[in-house]
Write a new protein. Structure first.
Lengths: 424, 448
């Protein structure tokens, strides 16, 4: 069965991409998820993974060629796929379906294309199995067992069948207990006496690449501040219950997002990026606040869009939503793109100060530490204060020290006097 | 030990087990009191189907002019029971000779006599003690006799059917089973007045309700008198007397439920409440090394199941362990048209909680069926909606009993309706109704 994999719209609304590097050659075997080509688009450089296991029989384009979205990239000979299975996959791809789930930060995709087509089709049902298969081991299995394995996301080749000649039967699928949760990216470890080698996951590769890219290109500079927020605590305590009644968790982060947005409006350099190639600044007119979220799979950075138009209640709602989505690994590319300023809230885990790495090419990132009870001087007397630790990293190419200080002071003012947040 | 395996009874359970045992290198003996081939070859499956075939051809001969054949004076057609019997016996002789040959070929010693289970892995045949590591009881079953109140009635058991010289006009068939319906139809086809006395609670137990309703209608349209839920009280002056009616009866054919033939035993053989020999899942009795296969174990009364059990037990003795599958065996009815069923019934599918679909295709839209003038019938394919698994198949067609084997393969390999639809069936064949039903299950049959 020949399968033509078309260049997918990787979620940025792009129209075309340039082939930077082929990772495969004609005749090469590939497994689902293997990167086959590095494509440059107007926004990202992305590794495009194959959605199918098989053998590459044709590459459509050379390095430097521009490929339109929806045009063929490669043709893959899929082995041992019976007509109905392949058809089932077509049906899945044509069926209306929610946005693909992105597992990682913008830049690298791990998903099949909606636009992929098969040379022939008729009918089928069940969903396709997005799992890679071990090359060289293909078990005998009954059609129902295959359908069930696909639906349940089980790699049928890992099952020892109890049917004739070891055939995997329906009962084998029903009785199958995976050794570990299959949803996490699977990596096989290689253990020696001293160290354990674990292949990099796509998400880790991307994080590494982005971090280096940021450190390499931006001139990092960090400032640290402490702000006394007893008033804010009172306000939060007062409204927490009311928000809870409306099904929303009121966190300090909601106030911080609001404070940041208000401060950004007055200090637009912090909501910008530098375009050295064209000798210009790009000021963002939108205030899209990216929130770094720690998940078991790795760092993800979903975005609260147009936060300047949202009330604190609405911001709290959005934070609830994206946290939930991140936890369930349901974030879409749409949820993660377009950030103009980032906040990383390590205080919720217990950190105080840090030097956060800028989410390049943004101009700055605010690190929020934990709130600590500390002796403070109020009206020339010692008192117990509630102090919030703030760390701000900026790209010193874009923002000068004075502006940075003014910006963070403004944030502190808002947090110290929450009335100002709504009064301005 | 004299033998590795000793088998008691040479019916389709015993002789198949014996051949298999010989094939896998076990030193095997088979004890049979009288007839190699048992009920199946001598009075059951083979002979009854042979006489049914004669009866069906007798009917069809009356319609040959429809096919453009002239010169047959249908008024002169007669059913020559004597010749029909001879033909049937020839078939039986040929088959039993074949079984004898196979037993010899596989080095199995055939012992004539009546076996008694002895102590310590032994069997007594006419007071001679024979020892064997494994003993397989395959003694079969016989019908329950008619009650004493009919001692004055002319009753014939199936084993004596071929002793009857000529059949009288008014025949009463008793019983709830497939063979009861087959025999009732046989007598109807050869022109007798037939009454079928049955109990609706047990009538064709195991068949899908849909098929039972179909058969009940068919019995009515064949003008066979069906009496359900009342048992005759007595027999007087050529009539069976029921509560509220009398039925003319010159001969009662006893197709009643069967009971196990239990061999004598020096050690107590545990029985089930229904009087069959009790076994575990692998057909072993309460006596270690003693197994029961076929009717005597009461798990099934079909020859093909008896044979399958025989193979299963011998395999187990050889260390080939498997789970015996009761879910995918065909139930065949050699009526005209034939009726066959395999897999789950609609009721069982409901009980198991499947979200299911019933797909049907009629023979009236099938070319080959039209060619053969056999358009009475249909296929019913029951599948689960989630994965499309084929759960059950029911066929009413002239050759349904052969066609059902295809469904057996689908069930055995857990095929889906997509496999059925995508299996190319030759045209023109009646089997094309399979892929039509497959397409019907997915979406829509092509020719419907």
């Amino acid at each position: 069965m020949r399968y033509i994999f078309n260049f997918p719209d990787i979620g940025e609304g792009l129209e075309e991409g340039t082939i930077l590097e082929w990772y495969v050659t004609k005749g090469q075997s590939v497994n689902t998820g293997d990167s086959i080509v590095k494509m440059e688009t107007d926004k990202v450089v992305a590794d495009i993974p194959t959605p199918k296991t098989g053998t590459i029989v044709a590459l459509y384009g050379d390095v430097g060629d521009v490929i339109k979205v929806g045009s063929p990239l490669v043709e893959i000979e899929i082995e041992g796929v019976y007509a109905e299975n392949a058809q089932a996959e077509v049906k899945k791809e044509f069926a209306p379906e929610p946005e693909e789930k992105a597992k990682t930060v913008v830049g690298t995709m791990e998903m099949a294309s909606k636009s992929a087509v098969l040379p022939a089709s008729d009918e089928g049902t069940s969903e396709s199995q997005p799992k890679e298969e071990k090359p060289g081991k293909k078990v005998l299995s009954t059609p129902v067992a295959r359908a069930m394995a696909k639906e349940k996301g089980i790699n049928i080749n890992e099952i020892d069948g109890t049917g004739p000649s070891g055939r995997v039967t329906k009962a084998d699928i029903e009785n199958y207990k995976p050794a570990r949760k299959v949803s996490a990216p699977q990596v096989s470890a290689d253990v020696t006496d001293d160290v354990t080698y674990v292949p990099l996951t796509q998400i880790r590769k991307t994080i590494a690449k982005n971090m280096i890219n940021s450190k390499h290109n931006a001139a990092h500079m960090s400032v640290f501040e402490e702000v006394e927020i007893s008033e804010l605590i009172k306000v939060r305590e007062k409204y927490k219950k009311k928000y809870a009644e409306r099904g929303v968790k009121l966190t300090y982060l909601s106030f911080i997002v609001k404070a940041v947005v208000n401060a950004l409006k007055q200090h637009r350099q912090l909501n910008s990026q530098i375009d050295l190639e064209n000798d210009r600044m790009i000021f963002n007119n939108r205030y899209n606040i990216a929130i770094a979220v720690d998940t078991p799979a790795g760092l993800v950075v979903p975005v609260i869009k147009d936060a300047d138009r949202l009330s604190i209640f609405e911001i709290a709602q959005h934070i609830d939503e994206i946290s939930e989505k991140a936890r369930k690994r349901e974030l879409t590319l749409e949820d993660m793109k377009g950030g103009t300023f980032s906040i990383t809230n390590f205080g919720s885990i217990g950190g105080i100060f840090a030097t956060p790495v800028i989410n390049y090419p943004q101009a700055a990132i605010l690190g929020v530490g934990r709130i600590m009870k500390t002796p403070v001087v109020k009206n020339d007397e010692l008192a117990v204060g509630n102090v919030l630790a703030l760390s701000l990293s900026v790209d010193h190419r874009i923002v000068d020290g004075g502006e940075v200080t003014r910006f963070i002071t403004k944030i502190m003012e808002y947090l110290a006097d929450p009335m100002a947040l709504v009064m301005e | 030990m004299d033998y590795d395996v000793l088998i008691i009874g040479a019916g389709p359970a015993g002789y198949v087990a014996a051949i298999r045992a010989g094939q896998v290198g076990l030193k095997t003996a088979i004890v049979e009191k009288q007839y190699i081939g048992g009920m199946c070859l001598n009075w059951g499956c083979i002979p009854t189907k042979a006489i049914l075939e004669s009866a069906k051809r007798f009917q069809k001969a009356k319609n040959v002019s429809e096919f453009g054949i002239d010169g047959v004076d249908t008024d002169k057609l007669t059913f020559n029971w004597s010749k029909v019997k001879s033909r049937s016996k020839r078939i039986t002789r040929k088959l039993t000779a074949g079984v004898n040959f196979l037993l010899k070929k596989n080095g199995i010693e055939a012992i004539t006599g009546i076996a008694k289970i002895g102590m310590d892995n032994s069997v007594l045949v006419d007071d001679k003690r024979i020892t064997a590591r494994h003993i397989i009881i395959a003694t079969g079953s016989k019908p329950k006799p008619m009650s004493d109140s009919f001692s004055n009635a002319p009753v014939v058991e199936m084993v004596n059917l071929f002793d009857v010289e000529d059949f009288p006009e008014n025949i009463v068939v008793t019983g709830n089973h497939i063979s009861s319906v087959e025999m009732a139809q046989f007598f109807k086809l050869i022109g007798k007045n037939v009454t079928l006395v049955t109990n609706s609670d047990y009538f064709l137990h195991g068949l899908d309700t849909f098929l039972i309703e179909h058969i009940t209608k068919k019995i009515a349209s064949d003008k066979i008198d069906l009496i359900t839920d009342v048992y005759p009280q007595k027999y007087t002056d050529g009539e069976l007397i029921f509560n509220d009616k009398k039925v003319k009866c010159d001969l009662i054919v006893n197709c009643n439920s069967r009971k196990a033939i239990i061999p004598e035993s020096e050690t107590l053989l545990e029985l089930t409440e229904r009087g069959f020999i009790k076994t575990d899942d692998n057909f072993q009795t309460n006596i270690n090394g003693v197994y029961v296969i076929g009717d005597a174990g009461g798990k099934s009364f079909l020859a093909h199941m008896a044979s399958a059990q025989g193979i299963h037990v011998v395999n187990a003795i050889k260390g080939i362990k498997a789970h015996f599958d009761y879910s995918t065996y065909p139930i065949n009815m050699y009526t005209t048209p034939e009726i066959a069923q395999i897999g789950l019934t609609e009721k069982q599918i409901k009980t198991e909680g499947y979200d299911y679909k019933v797909s049907e295709f009629p023979l009236s839209a099938n070319g080959k069926a039209l060619i053969e003038n056999n358009t009475e019938g249909f296929i019913r394919l029951l599948s689960d909606k989630k994965y499309g698994q084929v759960l059950g198949v029911q066929i009413v067609a002239e050759n349904a009993t052969d066609m059902i084997a295809e469904a057996g393969a689908y069930l055995k390999v857990e095929a889906t309706v997509y496999d059925v639809a995508n299996t190319i069936h030759a045209h023109p064949t009646v089997s094309e109704i399979f892929f039509e039903a497959g397409f019907d299950a997915m979406d829509k049959a092509i020719h419907k």
